[in-house]
Design a protein around this ligand. Structure first.
Ligand SMILES: [Zn+2]
Ligand SMILES: [Zn+2]
Length: 232
């Protein structure tokens, strides 16, 4: 393992990772609308199950909150300046998370007490609540993610930055499948092990990624996550 300064590009990859998790949690937050949020009893006999989507307020708040968190991933490609991406990512996440959080909070503390019924929260309520908290936390994480000295645990991460030459025309690269990879090779996008079945290599910088991770990154950013050359 070696120590090196996180470059701007590395920071953008990190924001892309945070944005990906945000989009996933945002989807979970929206999907909780389909789950039971509350069981209410007007008397001792009959019980009514309230799913999130049945109430206009929770439907609207959770949808807006989840979508804001989801589009945060897409807007990470709007700029190649880490400071701009940090601002967009964290504002969308914190804004979306707070709006999403209002949804279960409104239900539990405003709507249910006003209905004069007895009720208990159901799993959808809790998952909605905690997914919104996670979205806010990811926004704060994006806000405090700064370039810093870190240990780079990439056994397969060689040649990094060597080909970067300032002031030259944009160079392109392509990606090829790999027949064999070293044991324990780590994908620099998701930090899990790459095997030969799902490995692709950048023909310019030689760094190996999961084919799925790379495809998602290239679809959004159009470049190699390591060397930044335009993917063709
Ligand atoms: Zn990966
Ligand atoms: Zn590359």
């Amino acid at each position: 393992m070696e120590e090196m300064t996180v470059s701007e590009r590395r920071l953008l990859v990190r924001f892309f990772q945070i944005g990906s998790i945000m989009a996933l949690v945002g989807s979970i937050h929206i999907l909780t609308l389909l789950m039971p949020w509350y069981v209410v009893r007007a008397d001792t006999v009959s019980a009514t199950v309230l799913s999130g989507y049945l109430l206009p307020e929770t439907l609207a708040l959770s949808s807006i909150g989840g979508v804001l968190a989801g589009i945060a991933l897409l807007v990470t490609s709007f700029s190649s300046k880490p400071s701009v991406v940090r601002l967009i990512l964290s504002s969308l996440a914190i804004g979306g998370g707070v709006v999403g959080l209002l949804s279960p909070v409104y239900l539990n503390f405003v709507l249910i007490p006003s209905l004069n019924v007895v009720g208990e929260p159901e799993p959808g309520f809790f998952i909605s609540f905690f997914s919104a908290v996670v979205i806010v936390a990811l926004g704060i994480l994006a806000l405090v993610t700064r370039p810093q000295k870190v240990e780079i645990p990439y056994p397969g991460y060689y040649g990094m930055g060597e080909q970067e030459t300032a002031g030259q025309p944009v160079e392109t690269t392509s990606f090829e499948t790999v027949d064999a990879v070293d044991d324990g090779l780590i994908c620099p996008i998701c930090y899990t092990t790459v095997t030969s079945e799902n490995a692709v290599r950048c023909t310019s910088c030689g760094v190996v990624f999961h084919s799925g991770c790379l495809e998602t990154y290239v679809n959004i950013n159009g470049t190699c996550p390591n060397c930044g050359r335009a993917a063709v």
